[in-house]
Design a protein around this ligand. Sequence first.
Ligand code: MIC
Ligand code: SF4
Length: 645
Amino acid sequence: MKGTIIEKILREHLVSGELRPGQEIAIRIDQTLTQDATGTMAYLQFEALGLERVRTELAVSYVDHNTLQSGFENADDHRFLQSVAARRGIYFSRPGNGICHQVHLERFGQPGKTLLGADSHTPTGGGLGMVAIGAGGLDVALAMARRPFYLRTPQVLGVELVGELCDWVAAQDVILYLLEQLSVSGGVGKALEYHGPGVATLNVPQRATIANMGTELGATTSVFPSDEVTRGFLRAQQREEHWVALSAEDGAEYEEEMTVNLDELEPMIAQPHSPDNVVAVRELVGMPVDQVCIGSCTSSSLQEMMTVAAMLRGRKIAGNLSLTISPGSRQVLTMLAQNGALADMVAAGARILECACGPCIGMGQAPPTDAVSVRSFNRNFPGRSGTASAGIFLASPAVCAATALAGELTDPRTLGQPPAIEIPERFVTDDSMIIPPASDPDKIEIAYGPNIKPVPEQQPLADVIEGEVLLKVGGNISTDDIMPAGAKILPLRSNIPAISRHVFARIDEGFAARAQARDGGIILGGRNYGQGSSREHAALAPAYLGVRAVLAVSFARIHWANLINFGILPLEVSAEDYAKCEQGDDICIYDVRTSIEAGRPLAVRNLTKGFDFTGSCTLADREAEVILAGGALNWARQKLDERSN
Ligand code: MIC
Ligand code: SF4
């Protein structure tokens, strides 16, 4: 990674370790962000560490996920978050102000800084030249306590962009193309760094779209240079003083390289049920569509929304489908309202939703039975939309708008010239929905509603783990499978005993009851187990049910870290041993503590089938300490106690 932007930023923030791919390093975090669905737990954990005030340069708490207040729970969470922010020194972006990643890009992101966010799409900030990383809430809580963030040094995949996007081809098509090429696990252990002459042809929101969906590759982060385009974006946001130039050195060394010819790309679409199941839109043209949703942190910038509005102007959406539009931020919505584009959308028949995640996380707008829904979003995992039988397709806003007008999947290139969009030199910057921390924090009382329950305590790791394989699942299981979200379950994010009843509910309704009846057990997974979101509830809730180990062929980065953070042993096993073990088998893992201390593979016996095998859990010293202590909260408390003694 010598000479890359990623190396430069990591080196400037390095607290310990060596920048060698695969090695654990600790870095200083400049900025943190949380959103409400992960934030309540993150702040409860911050409190459990016994700390009063955040110590990062900047911490922002957004409310954008749980905005459907179908009961008191979400509203109570908002009140809790607002009071915590005021008291602990955190900026609070009120519900309605927009999706965390879009607002952070507009109002807070700075080239050259590190950002840790309790949301997997935090790398959106890479569009501005930040090293922005998604993590579990506990890691973000520790960063807010000014403890470093630990990660495996990623390999840098240099992506050279050449040429320029053709008419009707969007930034989302670039990343869909990369997903087709590399798959949802192709970025695991890697960070993508974009360079080459094509970069200058993309504006910051387009770069942010590409960096955003780098998460779907499993990548640690994605970073763009900071150039005159970046400067112009920050100037338009009236904060040019935050600009610094950043580019890779001549002869920068990338561990891997690839080139993308932007002018060879065409509109792409991801088919159900995986973001890498990508084909060209032209291959599916004419497919009947029941719903179109435009928005999300991937593609809801002013430019994308203006394109959609211009396409809809003076026309009506087809009678056979519904169209929802959720602008990414209040800034975008305000500007659409002021320039008349919003009226064009409304006149065409679009249903305008608030500036929030909404349908992307199943908070409303669940499609009808067996429906086809085309969305400008980033994930289409089974059931995530709220309708198990629906098929979700992911495509650019232009493909979405063309489809909404025609009533069937449409390649926008058949529509003639694309609209010419003028982006103003200055954006509307009204930060009145971002409340700064209180000037008299001691007077603020934190508001805990009845649904906000303390973080469960974890026990130190046992030396022998014995239990039944409670569930055997296949490859690419997402955290949406493990701990579903959506309008019914998301309101329980602050209440682990309640949410744990829904673990694996979409795959196996009886899972939670079985786990409790057996007093816990083991989960068996295939490749890339735990891909997708950063939600630590996918570790915390199984831990609450007594799950002590996950045996899988391989793990996704954030979920692996979350398992360790909550004292669940993540054990890698061979594909052959995975195949030989069945659900219901009794498994015993021996000498767990001593093997972890010695850095040895762990001895495992399938007691039911009577055979032995090994599992590996390669841990850095700190990770070993954390898991032995029963998780990061116990470990951090020990460290803080040691320091104060
Ligand atoms: C998602 O897109 O899956 C989410 C909802 O934003 C999650 C966070 C969460 O589960 O709260 C993510 O991406 O990390
Ligand atoms: Fe929100 Fe969807 Fe983005 Fe997650 S992916 S932050 S749910 S808009």
